[in-house]
Design a protein around this ligand. Structure first.
Ligand code: PLP
Length: 410
């Protein structure tokens, strides 16, 4: 079918999300704009339960001293849950500020009306700095060159740029070496165009059972901050914890904790302590779009990698590696009628096939779950991660934009 002329503008338009229940978070802009249409329905989708997110925040608040602030990490579309909706919710739940990785992510949130402080994590390239200044983004600074360029950009704009000093205590990615941090802090503090608002470091393995290196990193960070303060330079906000550190190292909470994965209801690893009340925010669902009966000897899917030895019933789910599901073969499961059904054959771009011979009650258009809970059964992000030899973070962020996000809220 040819594209309608009025549809052309929609190709570049931001993905619109569908909301169930009263829509209190979505700016009411789009319905009246003729060039932007509603997202078409699709029998595969991501359900984002903002009620679970709010409960997770209550649990997170309960696990820390009241004075410890929360920096909500909402990079990469809030780990695939949708940056705007999550940012809005976490700020309502008492997060003090947001952390992001790219300027585009930050500007997208600002454009949608989010007014919170935003810390840019990682290292900025020289041409990014004037953007940070223009949009009031807080920069992480881990070297003298960036400090000087940021000061110059702020000067030109007649502004003062806020900075968090990034200290490398052993991850060896970004930041100034911990034993040279005081010198860089002094250089930032001397610059009238910069304002040193905080200092932070990042753990290399806070979710491991063995915390010995995390404790080495914590000690290095504390030494670095002590050296800075010994020079009479105040460091208003000190932070080192990510979700793993937050859960297991209360002595490292300091002034603020950076929470990413955990707010979405997923634990970084099996080794981390559990706190009551944390539940996953994301569920990925699809409806049964076809049911096939296989006779002995029949195969299913590309490459004919599954052959029926006995009569089999197969349900087809319209979700595949084009949506971010791992391209596995005869591995993994989906939930139908509250039971586990094994994936048979190869996952295709747009479909996967599950054996439902043992679940005769399954009907066409029934809801299946590929990530999350149905009845008593749960497929966790860790379980899907194991299928492609990766981690839960990668599973959550790996879903493609073409899967619609549906938000559940009060
Ligand atoms: C992503 C990130 C976090 C959040 O980590 P989680 O384990 O998801 O809580 C914290 N700090 C930095 C520097 C990060 O890059």
């Amino acid at each position: 079918m040819p594209l309608l002329e009025s549809d052309v503008a929609t190709l570049a338009a931001p993905v619109r999300t569908i909301s169930t229940g009263p829509d209190r978070m979505q700016p009411a802009v789009q319905e009246s704009t003729p060039t932007i249409r509603a997202t078409a329905p699709r029998p595969a989708w991501i359900e984002v339960d903002l009620r679970a997110l709010r409960h997770n925040y209550a649990a997170i608040h309960h696990h820390k001293r009241a004075a410890v602030k929360i920096l909500a990490v909402v990079k990469d579309e809030a780990y695939g849950h949708g940056g705007y909706r999550v940012a809005k919710a976490v700020l309502e739940c008492g997060a003090s500020a947001l952390a992001l990785s790219t300027i585009e992510e930050a500007l997208d949130l600002q454009q949608k009306g989010i007014r919170a402080r935003m810390l840019m994590m990682g290292e900025r390239a020289p041409d990014e700095l004037k953007w940070c200044v223009a949009h009031g983004l807080v920069c992480s600074v881990g070297n003298k060159e960036t400090a000087a360029l940021l000061a110059a950009a702020a000067d030109r704009a007649g502004a003062r740029a806020s900075v968090h000093l990034k200290i490398n205590t052993g991850l060896n990615r970004f930041g100034v070496a911990w034993d040279q941090a005081a010198e860089l802090a002094a250089c930032i503090a001397r610059s009238p165009a910069l304002r040193l608002e905080g200092a932070y470091s990042h753990f290399a393995g806070s979710d491991e059972a063995d915390k010995s290196f995390a404790l080495v990193q914590l000690a290095r960070f504390q030494k670095a901050v002590g050296d800075i303060e010994a020079r009479g330079i105040p460091v208003p906000t000190k932070h080192i914890c990510n979700s793993g550190g937050f859960l297991d190292l209360p002595q490292a909470h300091m002034d603020m904790v950076r929470i990413g994965l955990l707010q979405h209801g997923v634990y970084p690893s099996d080794a981390c302590s559990r706190i009551p009340g944390v539940t996953p925010v994301m569920t990925v669902k699809a409806r049964v779009t076809a049911i096939q009966k296989l006779s002995p000897g029949d195969s299913v899917g590309y490459g004919m990698h599954f052959h029926a030895e006995t009569p089999r019933t197969i349900a087809v789910l319209p979700i595949g590696y084009g949506d971010g599901f791992p391209r596995v073969r005869n591995a993994g499961e989906a939930l139908l009628a509250g039971k586990r059904a094994p994936i048979v054959g190869s996952v295709a771009m747009d479909a996967l096939t599950v054996d439902i011979t043992h679940i005769p009650e399954v009907r066409l258009w029934d809801e299946a779950v590929v990530l999350g809970s149905q009845g008593e059964e749960t497929i966790t992000a860790h379980e899907i991660a194991a299928l492609k030899n990766t981690i839960s973070y990668d599973v959550l962020t790996g879903w493609k934009a073409r899967l619609p996000r549906v938000y559940l809220d009060y």
